[in-house]
Design a protein around this ligand. Structure first.
Ligand code: 3PG
Length: 202
């Protein structure tokens, strides 16, 4: 979570896009890549990136079950991100040795994740569920937790979130616009990544 200010949330519909997209992000300074398990080719894309882009650290997003966690680990994912939290997912990732960034949106979910040893959490969907005000409210009771707010985060509002003491990084899909990916506009993606790397100092 401290490698770069932004973890890109990636949706890949075409396996041929996986490697050039990963290389474009790495060229811009972003190495931690979350490929969401939302398309039939997602696992194959993770496999390709893990094999062909060694400078990247590719993980699986949208992990919603222990079976997803297992499939992600088999494909070579180095970490997992879940949109919510269950004990089963936490346990599966722990057993697989797969670092997990669990999604939470309420105090009870934070407590459940902490009970299982997770205190670096994804706040999802961040803007829709309260944004910076919610994160500030959590600073008191959950002062030992670091968050990666994701959902509705953009280049325009990321700075306000990154300025909070309990935010380690943010997640978002704005580094990989669907039209740039479909059109193979890798230079634009590298530019977006470069700008994202500058966010923490902004
Ligand atoms: C997701 O998991 O889809 C992320 O929340 C991305 O959300 P965004 O498209 O609002 O960045």
């Amino acid at each position: 979570m401290t490698d770069a200010p932004v973890i890109p949330v990636i949706v890949l519909a075409d396996i041929a896009h996986a490697v050039p997209l990963a290389r474009a992000l790495v060229a811009g300074g972003i190495r931690m890549l979350e490929v969401t398990l939302r398309t039939p080719v997602a696992l194959a894309c993770i496999e390709r990136i893990a094999r062909d882009v060694p400078q990247a650290l590719v993980g699986a997003g949208t992990v919603r079950s222990s079976a997803d966690a297992q499939a992600a680990a088999m494909a070579g994912a180095r970490f997992a991100v879940s949109p919510g939290y269950t004990h089963a997912i936490g346990k599966a990732c722990h057993e697989l040795g797969l670092p997990l960034l669990p999604g939470v949106a309420t105090g009870s979910e934070i407590l459940a994740a902490q009970e299982d040893g997770y205190s670096q959490l994804k706040f999802f969907p961040a803007l829709q569920a309260g944004g910076a005000a919610m994160l500030k409210a959590w600073q008191g009771p959950f002062g030992d937790v670091r968050f990666c707010p994701t959902g509705g985060v953009t280049a325009a509002n990321a700075h306000e979130l990154l300025a909070l003491s309990n935010v380690a990084c943010v997640g978002g899909s704005w580094l990989t616009p669907a039209d740039a990916v479909a059109g193979g506009d890798w230079a634009r993606i590298t530019q977006l990544a470069r700008a994202a790397v500058q966010l923490r100092g902004a």
